[in-house]
Write a protein that binds this ligand. Structure first.
Ligand code: HEC
Length: 145
């Protein structure tokens, strides 16, 4: 008789254990990380630029400020000493040119002093650009003319 109680007891504990485990699994599935927006993901990509670039203020680090960089002519921040290569480059930094440049900086601007290997994943560059736009990276043509 005792033996039967033991079996029933073990069965109850096992069932409860499995139920707990399954509900825990369910919980973690529904409460998983919320989907981040492109700009939010771009914030993490920007960490690779942060050592050399500021955004959101016109602050010069090793690299020129990226505030208002989108739609700005390349090499155009006054008082920043660009390399000859960057100074000679004449493009507008838009989605296309920034994507090419950031994929392989030294291929797009041979001789640039930007010491950065590049970003291989196109999605990461898109996220980064979304972040730059959200953080005041769009050039305000009227303010600087
Ligand atoms: C190790 C430092 C360093 C890192 C990291 C770096 N940069 Fe640069 N960046 C520079 C320097 C220095 C220049 C100026 C290049 C020149 O004059 O040749 C520059 C130039 C630029 C320019 C051209 C700006 C202009 O006014 O024409 C852009 C755009 C740019 N960087 C974006 C980025 C982004 C985005 C990242 C991150 C994915 C990044 N950089 C990472 C140092 C860096």
């Amino acid at each position: 008789m005792r033996f039967v109680f033991l079996i029933v007891g073990v069965a109850i504990i096992l069932t409860a254990g499995v139920a707990w485990f399954v509900s825990r699994e369910d919980g973690s599935r529904t409460m998983g990380k919320p989907e981040l927006s492109s700009a939010e993901r771009g914030k993490f990509v920007f960490r690779r630029c942060q050592a050399c670039h500021a955004i959101g203020e016109n602050k010069k680090l090793t690299g020129p400020s990226l505030a208002g960089v989108i739609n700005r002519p390349s090499g155009s921040i006054e008082g920043y000493r660009y390399s000859n290569a960057m100074a000679a480059l004449s493009v507008i930094w838009d989605e296309k040119t920034l994507t090419e440049f950031l994929t392989k900086p030294r291929a797009f601007v041979p001789g640039t002093k930007m010491g950065f290997g590049g970003i291989k994943k196109p999605q990461e560059i898109q996220d980064l650009l979304a972040y730059l736009v959200a953080e005041g990276g769009l050039h305000d043509a009227e303010a600087t003319q």
